[in-house]
Design a protein around this ligand. Sequence first.
Ligand SMILES: [Fe+2]
Length: 212
Amino acid sequence: MSNTGHERRTRERVEAWTLACSILAEDLPRRWAHSQGVGDRALEVGPVVASTSADATLLIQAAIFHDIGYSETAMETGFHALDGARYLRSLGVEDQVVNLVAHHSCAALEAQERGLDKALLEFPSGPPALTDGLIFCDMTVSPDGLPVSVDDRISEILTRYGPDSVVGRFIARAEPELQAAVHRVALQLRHAGMEALAFASLRGDAPASPPT
Ligand SMILES: [Fe+2]
């Protein structure tokens, strides 16, 4: 990797963190804690799920930005994936990052629940490897930014919103794909020798000696 490329990618990561911090930290501190945790997760898994360091940087940027649509600054329709993507696009953020944010964690299914599926078509889906990677990061980090298993994450969302809410209905429909994506990434992590993280993402805290 050239120094110039490395420096550019480092700058892009720092700029994403700075922008997200300026929008979320004061008004939505819990979302900011979650976003930082998801960004940290992307730093861990990026080199495994992405085929290039440029793609790993896209994943990290999307991870830190993915919930920015909850902020008052970005909110327009009330659907955070769409609002966040539109807001980031208005700022000139790279298309590939914007597209990942628009479709993060099966957002197309939530768009259907909200009658906004046609609006979400403004944004094409991202590459499958990064889409899976972002699901893994979002679904293995708690609302407070702490590590959590995918089962506990989905249960917490259902409990927080209620099964009859828009989000509750969405998450119930999305669960098979969210689980499948987390399992796909966990398998990649195992192959990369990251057994403890793979185990924890599926089963919670890793034992002292994870099973092989
Ligand atoms: Fe999230």
